[in-house]
Design a protein around this ligand. Structure first.
Ligand code: ATP
Ligand code: MG
Length: 402
């Protein structure tokens, strides 16, 4: 006995009538990618559902891989069995024994498309119900509100059985919302912001500013490791590493200390926006959360945001740190983010950055400095990597390199 196929239900796609075909195509392509390397299975889709015909593939492995695919609302494994009542009973018990969570109550719902089958629906419900009851202790029937409803369909060619509903990742299929640039630091927040953006169907590219020799090669590696975690969800991720040392030194020299952080953020955003244009993306994503630190007060955001009118997506804006950490742990980025390597901003952070910086003041200070040539130079010297799942080096392998 084994499972025959997996039924996949679309989430919000169902409501988006006009884009439906392209959504389904994107979802199907991503399902195909996530099942790469598994032998023998077939993927079929129609307007309502995707079906994975398992053939020789292991249903648990398939379900595990589909768990992170955005755009899937739920999944149900299904059995196909011969029209022999003993085999149907055996299949019902097999289905029940393979449930992820053992229910306390159940019911059987049979539909008979083929009226030639020798038993009617009530008889089948009773036979299968009785078989489950006599093989599982403490199980009860509840026809009104069962924890598990085993659906049996008698068709001319075979009997089909399904019932367990496994929640999918939700969200929208990869790439269905276009492309955006994620400002990825080594911190806890920005990878989570990237993840949540991907969940809404964005294809994400990362931008990281680094300042050697003030920041080490290891802090750069940390960002690559974070990108690799995100790549596990979406296949691969382009990471743009921007050399930022010269600009930071110029800011340190020319901008009053209490405005240096504001200016630093404005310059990062200017560069990020130019890169966004180059990459044909439509938004910039940050891990900012309102009021978390000096650069994330409303006044700071108002002053920093002045340099662009590109949409800046801040998925974490209304979240508390504890909520963010919870997602970071699930995403397995938390431990990577917690490694102690310095970030370029931490190194240059002034003792008391302004929490209420003003636009006119920062514009006045910046008007004495010509950043343009250094911005162009930084853009010209960007290092572009494509991080693929499993490709990032392990810490031990890095060993004595640094
Ligand atoms: P995070 O945990 O994401 O580092 P944070 O709470 O430390 O966030 P900040 O350091 O103020 O906050 O950074 C705010 C946001 O600015 C980050 O979430 C990230 O999107 C962006 N950012 C900060 N430093 C860098 C960097 N070196 N490279 C790219 N983006 C950065
Ligand atoms: Mg940070």
């Amino acid at each position: 006995m084994k499972f025959d196929h997996i039924i996949i239900r679309y989430g919000e796609i169902s409501t988006k009538k006009r884009n439906r075909k392209s959504f389904v195509d994107k979802l199907r392509a991503h399902i195909r990618w996530s099942l790469k390397g598994l032998e023998g299975l077939e993927i079929k889709a129609n307007r309502e559902r995707v079906y994975i015909l398992l053939h020789d593939a292991d249903h648990k492995e398939v379900l595990g891989r589909l768990k992170n695919v955005f755009g899937i609302q739920s999944m149900s494994p299904a059995i196909k069995v011969d029209r022999d009542i003993e085999k149907v009973k055996e299949a019902a018990l097999y289905y029940f024994n393979n449930l992820n969570e053992k229910p306390a109550t159940f019911k059987i719902s049979t539909k008979r498309a083929d009226k030639d089958f020798p038993y009617n629906t009530d008889e089948i419900n009773h036979m299968l119900g009785g078989h489950l009851l006599s093989n599982s202790e403490g199980l009860r029937v509840d026809v009104r509100n069962p924890e598990f409803n085993l659906r049996v369909e008698i068709r001319r060619e075979a009997v089909y059985m399904t019932g367990e509903i496994i929640p999918g990742a939700g969200g929208l299929p990869f790439g269905s919302s276009g492309r955006a640039m994620l400002m990825l630091s080594g911190g806890i927040d920005s990878p989570v912001a990237g993840y949540l953006s991907m969940k809404r169907g964005l294809e994400v590219e990362a931008i990281h500013f680094y300042s050697p020799p003030f920041t080490s090669e290891r802090s750069r590696q940390k960002v690559i490791d974070l990108a690799e975690k995100l790549a596990q969800i979406n296949g691969k991720m382009k990471v743009h590493i921007v050399p930022f040392t010269e600009i930071q030194l110029l800011i340190q020299k020319q901008i009053p200390e209490n405005y240096s952080m504001t200016s630093t953020r404005r310059l990062m955003l200017r560069i990020a926006d130019k890169l966004r244009e180059r990459e044909d993306a439509m938004a910039i994503i940050t891990g900012e959360s309102l009021g978390q630190v000096a650069s994330q007060t409303m006044n700071s955001m108002f002053t920093i945001n002045e340099v662009t009118n590109t949409p800046i997506l801040r998925p974490l804006i209304a979240m508390d740190k504890t909520e963010i950490i919870k997602i970071a742990r699930e995403l397995e980025t938390f431990d990577i983010s917690n490694q102690p390597y310095e970030d370029c901003c931490t190194v240059f952070t002034p003792a008391s950055p302004k929490t209420k910086p003003k636009r006119d003041k920062v514009n006045h200070y910046e008007s004495y400095v010509d950043f343009e040539p250094l911005i162009e130079k930084a853009l010209a010297d960007i290092d572009v990597l494509t991080v693929e799942p499993g490709q990032s080096l392990k810490k031990e392998e890095l060993g004595d390199l640094f």
